[in-house]
Ligand binder design. Structure first.
Ligand SMILES: [Mn+2]
Length: 295
């Protein structure tokens, strides 16, 4: 069988579990869009995990809310449950003694994948959470098949402390720390608080900086929602992302609904929309007003 999954920590842990329970000869990493756009061929030899359903697959495991709105299959092998991670869904599906030793890995994957993080998990992460950032495409250090496969093999054969000492892991950790230190400075410079909203406008910056997307919440703990603005490619549009503060989960706003008014989308807790440059300032002001009004 082939495992088709996503290149993130939940994908890694899903792969650890599935390769323990099934005969897997290769692992393929794809984006959820590749399934919905039918860009990637799925056959009866494939187990899909942490990705949307495809009718051609042998088994499917997922936990994402939006897989439900896309239309659930009537009958399939595997499991779909709204859960903190796909790894959790797989762990529960097999309920095998063979997987018991991965209990902690699954617990931490739950926390990372559902952003149930503490301030320390953001500013000074360690263990599985730290490893998670090294396979997070949003950390800006890419995702590589070799690295992914290595992590799966290492997590099956050594404790997390030893996995973190592997040179390819340590190198990514070092890069993450450097990126985050620079990102923190630039975040402070381009962010301001407006009531319950923190607004970061990176449009004056030439090259959009990359760093932990949750750092903003450690700087503005009294806000409950963030708005980030940065230029899209060739400044054709202003990319706006809205997200609930994961350290202060009191926002009543529906980010997805707000963004859908401006041609974007997402879910309740996080969403994005592209704005045409001429209208961006006006529309950003409207978005901030909605977020303040909704509280
Ligand atoms: Mn997931």
């Amino acid at each position: 069988m082939r495992l088709v999954t996503r290149g993130d920590l939940d994908g890694v842990t899903s792969a650890v579990l599935i390769t323990t329970m099934e005969k897997i000869y290769s692992i393929e990493l794809i984006h959820p869009q590749d399934i919905t756009d039918k860009k990637f061929e799925i056959t009866g030899e494939d187990i899909i995990a942490n990705l949307p359903y495809h009718p051609g697959c042998a088994m499917w495991f997922d936990h994402h809310e939006h897989s439900k709105t896309d239309g659930l299959p009537g009958n399939f092998k595997g499991s779909y449950v709204i859960a903190p991670s796909a790894s959790r869904v797989i762990y529960e599906y097999y309920s095998s003694d063979k997987l018991k030793r991965y209990e902690y890995l699954v617990d931490e994957t739950d926390r990372f994948d559902s952003a149930q993080l503490t301030v320390k998990d953001i500013t000074d992460p360690d263990g599985v959470i730290l490893l998670g950032y090294t396979v997070d495409s949003r950390s800006g250090i890419g995702r590589f098949n070799r690295y992914f496969i290595d992590l799966v093999n290492w997590l099956k054969t050594m404790p997390i402390e030893d996995v973190l000492l592997k040179p390819s892991v340590a190198e990514r950790v070092k890069l993450l720390r450097e990126n985050n230190a620079a990102f923190l400075d630039i975040l402070k410079k381009y962010s301001r608080q407006d009531g319950n909203v923190v607004v970061t406008d990176f449009r004056p910056v030439n090259k959009t900086p990359i760093g932990n997307r949750f750092l903003i919440y450690t700087l503005f703990p009294e806000t409950n929602v963030s708005v980030r603005i940065q230029w899209g490619p060739e400044k054709r549009f202003a990319a706006v992302t809205i997200g609930h503060n994961i350290l202060n989960r009191t926002s009543r706003s529906d980010c997805g609904q707000i963004c859908s008014k401006f041609g974007g989308g997402g879910h309740r807790g996080a969403a994005a929309c592209p704005l045409v440059p001429e209208k961006a300032d006006q529309q950003i002001a409207e978005i901030i007003e909605s977020l303040k009004r909704e509280g």
